[in-house]
Design a protein around this ligand. Structure first.
Ligand SMILES: Cc1ncc(COP(=O)(O)O)c(C=O)c1O
Length: 378
């Protein structure tokens, strides 16, 4: 196979050519520091503020509720760490299938700040019982404020949270609600006026924008202090010279995705469904993880293959065929094992999971080629 095929879009996405064009234009012409008061600085500042407006509009937030960061990892760290310090959060309710940047932060909050961290059970589809969230909030709110932190779309198996339901439960019971929306922002419509959220995090490189730039939405009702200290950038919420090129790229990419949302989502769903249908027909032992979920992300297909010598080498063999996908395993102390998400959903450890994730830049022909390559590996 001569052409390389990229089906790892949940890990990172190719930058949209229109976004590259805008970023190059800014790099070439607008190098000022947004904090400088001269014309170069003012131009750079206006680029950042234009970007903020675009992001705010897409989720129907106020401009003052959007803050740019270096990544969604930083956004999630900021929200969780500072909610405990500034909002009196004593209990955090989360799930074992969150991203590591949430899980590691919760570990630290538990050990260093004595926060009561509760992980709700997930079933084999990575779904949670929303009634459990309500009763846990009620049980724990006597000890202080409760924050619920649940991702909107799972990055490994694609399960979608019923965000409206959880937001309503949190609102009714007086809990803060943070959602890591890294895999859904742009792809799913979100209106913070309709869905009451305290915090949202997003990342540029997941929706065809640049890497190293993220943002968070913070509802104006709950003000936290910055995690990163220094200058007064981001209205004192995040110190450090703004990555004006990256911020502009993130906002442009998000806007582009939102404008073309219905076509893009229809295209990735078509690719994903075609891939899964072919695979299940041609490789009857293959199984789609979390396929019984009430609702799944349109771009992720997490496939569990029969074990065996070949199964162990699937990712390497795909790579040899020029196909980039993701392994469902993690490596600790040199031993490969299922990722924390697969373990949480009870994936049998003797099977091998590979995550294929599509974007609207993929084609049906590529899907056929991936299926063909997988068939050869059986
Ligand atoms: C669900 C989820 N949260 C957070 C992150 C971290 O985002 P970033 O790469 O911007 O740090 C990722 C990236 O893989 C993710 O998929």
């Amino acid at each position: 196979m001569s052409q390389k095929i990229y089906v790892d879009n949940a890990a990172s996405t190719p930058i949209d050519p229109q976004v590259i064009k805008l970023m190059v234009e800014i790099m070439e012409n607008h190098h000022g520091n947004p904090s400088s008061i001269h014309s170069h600085g003012r131009k750079a500042k206006s680029i950042v503020e234009e970007a903020r407006k675009k992001v705010a509009k897409i989720i129907n937030a106020s401009v003052g509720e959007i803050f740019f960061t270096s990544s969604a990892t930083e956004a999630n760290n900021t929200i969780l760490m500072r909610s405990v310090k500034d909002l009196g959060v004593k209990t955090i309710i989360s799930s074992p299938t969150e991203h590591d940047c949430v899980l590691r932060t919760l570990e630290r909050l538990k050990s260093e700040e004595s926060v009561n961290v509760i992980f709700v059970d997930v079933d084999h589809n990575a779904e949670i019982e929303s009634a459990t969230i309500a009763s846990l909030i009620l049980e724990n709110k006597i000890h202080g404020k409760v924050l619920v932190s649940l991702m909107h779309g799972n990055n490994e198996v694609g399960t979608l949270l019923d965000i409206d339901k959880i937001a309503a439960i949190c609102r009714e019971n007086g809990a803060y609600f943070h959602s890591d929306m890294v895999q859904t922002i742009g792809k799913m419509e979100i209106d913070v006026q309709k869905t009451p959220l305290s915090f949202i995090s997003g990342s540029g490189h997941k929706f065809h924008g640049p890497k190293g730039v993220g943002f968070f939405y913070m509802n104006a009702e709950n003000i936290i202090q910055p995690l990163i200290l220094g200058g007064a950038q981001e209205r004192n919420m995040r110190a450090g010279t703004e990555n004006s090129v990256g911020i502009a790229g993130l906002a442009e990419a998000l806007q582009l995705y939102a404008i073309h949302r219905s076509e893009n989502v229809a295209k990735v769903s078509l690719l994903r469904d075609n891939f899964e249908n072919q695979l299940l027909e041609k490789i009857p032992t293959a199984k789609i993880n979390a396929s019984g979920a009430r609702s799944r992300l349109p771009h992720i297909s997490s496939v569990s293959f029969d074990a065996g010598e070949k199964g162990d080498l699937l990712i390497f063999n795909l790579d040899i065929h020029g196909i980039s996908a993701s392994s469902g395993s993690a490596c600790s102390s040199g031993i490969e094992h299922d990722s924390h998400v697969l373990i949480a959903i009870g994936h049998p450890s003797q099977r091998k999971t590979v995550r294929f994730s599509f974007s609207h830049f993929n084609t049906l022909q590529e899907v056929d080629q991936v299926v063909e390559a997988l068939l050869k590996m059986q």
